[in-house]
Ligand binder design. Structure first.
Ligand code: 1HE
Length: 257
């Protein structure tokens, strides 16, 4: 399934996925959501990390509101589940995903950004959940993912009052891990992706698939899952070689930033 509104470029070990519907502020139509899902389901095995960005002045204006009008309750339920399955392919796909944010990151656009593993925001970024004022609710997993970033109290405030967070306040609140000058989010995201792609694949898998589940488990279950994941990761030949390289003085040291 392809769409003219989304493009995939493979740059070495990094997949660059761009929303290319700037005339509609990258609003997410059904066909675009399905194409996004397809891209993350079928990334080549040579890819070690992905970057997700939006063309034009905004990352993403959320759900394509022009498609909302004719849906009954049953269709609405299935539609939300379709978003869930697509965004699960981003969060629990084969590689870590780094979102490069600028301009509007609103509604379903914020839900999409929340499914990524790292968010890099430039100074033009703003975050909002206009669902509250449109008489609807989040439906793309935002009720699960966004409170994990900023807390349920902040999300409640955003949806009840229409509060918009600017880039600085958004970073402080927890939307993004990186705040960079306007126009540089994609470069920073690419730089991070290059680094992430050099990690041992099992380490990246542990961070994207095991960590979020461990964090949801009761502590004593989490400790066991952590121990199992740690044992699997460290038994991989690549882990043994990386540790040996450090002990032999061939690997980088940790330096103060
Ligand atoms: C759209 C959409 C859209 C723009 N669906 N067409 N999301 C929202 O409620 C956000 C709605 N959008 C906005 O508030 C603004 O468009 C922006 C702040 C993002 C950008 O403003 P601006 O001045 O740059 O653009 P614009 O003039 O408002 O929009 C340009 C065009 O994009 C225009 O169409 P045109 O044919 O008149 O040129 C807009 O109609 C169109 N457009 N946003 C459809 N969202 C899984 S559930 C998720 C639920 C939600 O995401 S609800 C939140 C939806």
């Amino acid at each position: 399934m392809t769409s003219p509104d989304i493009h995939l470029d493979i740059r070495g070990a990094v997949a660059v996925v761009r929303l290319t519907r700037p005339s509609k502020r990258n609003a997410l139509s059904d066909s675009l959501v399905l194409a996004l899902r397809h891209i993350f389901e079928t990334l080549p095995a040579t890819v070690g990390a992905a970057v997700l960005a939006g063309e034009g002045d905004h990352f993403c204006a959320g759900l394509d509101l022009s498609e909302l009008k004719d849906r009954d309750a049953g269709q609405g339920l299935l539609h939300s589940r379709m978003w869930h399955s697509a965004l699960e392919c981003v969060q629990y796909g084969p590689v870590p995903v780094i979102a490069a944010l600028h301009g509007a990151v609103v509604g379903g656009g914020l839900e999409l950004a929340s499914a990524c593993h790292i968010r890099v925001a430039d100074e033009s970024t703003f975050y909002a959940l206009p669902e509250g004022s449109r008489g609807i609710f989040v439906g793309g997993g935002g009720a699960v993912r966004i409170p994990k970033l900023i807390g349920a109290a902040r999300m409640t405030d955003m949806m009840l009052t229409g509060r918009v967070y600017n880039a600085q306040d958004g970073e402080r609140a927890g939307f993004a891990q990186y705040l960079v000058p306007a126009g540089t989010a994609l470069d920073k995201a690419l730089e991070l992706a290059e680094r992430v792609a050099q990690n041992a694949p099992l380490t990246n898998y542990a961070l994207t698939h095991a960590l979020p589940r461990i964090a949801e488990q009761p502590g004593d279950h989490g400790y066991l899952t952590e121990a199992l994941m740690a044992a699997i990761a460290q038994s991989a030949p690549e882990a043994k070689e990386r540790v040996k390289a450090f002990l032999d003085g061939r690997a980088n040291k940790v330096k103060p930033s």
